[in-house]
Ligand binder design. Structure first.
Ligand code: FES
Length: 100
C-alpha cells in the first residue's frame, strides 16, 4: 500500500485558517480544496497574482515563468502559492488586493 505523502499545517493569515497541505500539493491547491478564495489567475507560475509572503516555514518552488517572481522578491520572503509546495509547517499571507 502506498504511503500517504507527508502533510504539513499551513496557516493562511488572510482568513485566519489552518489547513493541511501534503508535500506534493501546492499551497494554492490545498487552499482551494479547503474552500479558501485564494487569489490566483494562471495557477502555472506565470502571472504573479498569487504572490504571497512566506512569514514562516519552508517551501520548494516548482518551475515558473521568470517574470512572475524575481530573485529580490524571493529574498524578501515572497513566494508563489501556485508553485510552492510545503517542506515544513508554514504561515503565508497573500498580497493581492483586500481580504475577500
Ligand atoms: S496564479 Fe499566476 S503565478 Fe500563481
Amino acid at each position: 500500500m502506498a504511503r500517504a505523502p507527508k502533510s504539513h499545517r499551513v496557516t493562511i493569515v488572510n482568513t485566519r485558517q489552518v489547513i493541511d497541505c501534503t508535500a506534493d500539493q501546492t499551497i494554492l491547491e490545498a487552499a482551494i480544496a479547503a474552500g479558501i478564495d485564494y487569489p490566483y489567475a494562471c495557477a502555472t507560475g506565470n502571472c504573479g497574482t498569487c504572490t504571497s509572503r512566506l512569514e514562516h516555514g519552508k517551501v520548494t518552488l516548482l518551475p515558473r515563468g521568470d517574470a512572475s517572481l524575481s530573485a529580490q522578491q524571493i529574498k524578501a520572503g515572497q513566494t508563489l502559492a501556485c508553485r510552492a509546495q510545503p517542506r515544513s509547517d508554514l504561515t503565508v499571507s497573500w498580497l493581492s488586493g483586500a481580504e475577500r
